[in-house]
Design a protein around this ligand. Structure first.
Ligand code: SF4
Length: 292
């Protein structure tokens, strides 16, 4: 029995969770910047295999409290299948408090409201959704496959089903050409969604992706570290959120920032201003230490 098939990715906040790979790959797999699952075909792993893996985890870690369902878009698995997985998890780990997964806009839009509510009631509490950008120009350029309005609808669906929602925006995704558009449109869309959690990653060029080719052909200009921080400042400045936990602690980021928005916005902007205007005083993660 193989516990994991291929490389596994998880959000930073799932560092202490059991990673249960119920699906392999990404059901969409077309975003131009993403190389995470390029080597994998999307599949839903057989329930028998998943039950064996859960039994294995039970022997190794009997007091599991958090489980993350991988890979790229576990929510796209059939609802009955996911309900069975959630029930087995609940019955196996009495201390289980949180089950989370990535969720693409398509899987949220495809599931009926009642299905989402059932999944939540059976223990799936938190969904991570990559907004990437709130700009339709950029979403189109990176072939995200959805408009900002469609993603807003998907997110509202998740929130109506009582899920906690964690959104990700990728700093630098508009390149040098669209950085202002990216910052302002993303702030507008995130504000409309008002997620429970918000995280920023920073764009990294993955060899073999379409975006890497665009950079090679000079059709996309990668922003510098300082330009990324200026964009992040503009993004934060334009946000209008209520009690959103903000984390910019991903390994791809130049600067670690943490706070609750909008309460801590001025404090975060002050940190950014200090770094932007006085580079070197603060620790910026060097290029060679950045990773996905
Ligand atoms: S960014 Fe997400 S949706 Fe896009 S290809 Fe990668 S895993 Fe799939």
């Amino acid at each position: 029995m193989e516990i994991y098939l291929g490389d596994i990715f998880r959000p930073p906040s799932e560092a202490y969770s059991i990673i249960l790979q119920v699906t392999t790959g990404c059901s969409y797999n077309k975003c131009t910047f993403c190389g995470m699952y390029k080597d994998k075909k999307f599949s839903v792993r057989p329930i028998k295999e998943i039950k064996e893996i859960i039994a294995f985890f039970k022997r190794k870690y009997p007091f599991v409290e958090k489980v993350f369902l991988a890979d790229g878009d576990a929510l796209s698995a059939p609802t009955d299948y996911l309900l069975e997985v959630l029930d087995v998890l609940k019955n196996t780990f009495p201390r289980l408090k949180k089950v989370s997964s990535y969720a693409g806009p398509k899987s949220l839009l495809n599931k009926k409201d009642e299905e989402l509510k059932l999944l939540h009631d059976h223990g799936l509490n938190l969904l991570y959704l990559g907004l990437e950008s709130g700009s339709d120009i950029i979403l189109k350029n990176v072939q995200k496959g959805f408009t900002a309005n469609e993603i807003i609808t998907a997110c509202h669906k998740a929130k109506s089903a009582n899920f906690e929602l964690s959104l990700t925006v990728i700093s630098g995704l508009g390149g040098r050409e669209h950085w202002e558009e990216h910052a302002i449109a993303s702030a507008e869309v995130v504000s409309k969604i008002n997620p429970h959690f918000l995280a920023t990653l920073t764009l990294m060029l993955v060899p073999g992706t379409k975006l890497a080719k665009e950079v090679q052909e000079n059709r996309f200009q990668m922003p510098s570290a300082k330009e990324i921080l200026k964009e992040l400042r503009m993004f934060l400045y334009n946000l209008n959120l209520t009690n959103t936990v903000f984390r910019s602690n991903h390994a791809s980021n130049y600067l670690i920032l943490k706070g609750t928005l909008n309460q801590d916005r001025e404090k975060l902007i002050k940190i950014l201003d200090d770094v932007i205007n006085n580079e070197g005083v603060f620790y910026l993660r060097p290029e060679y230490l950045r990773r996905l």
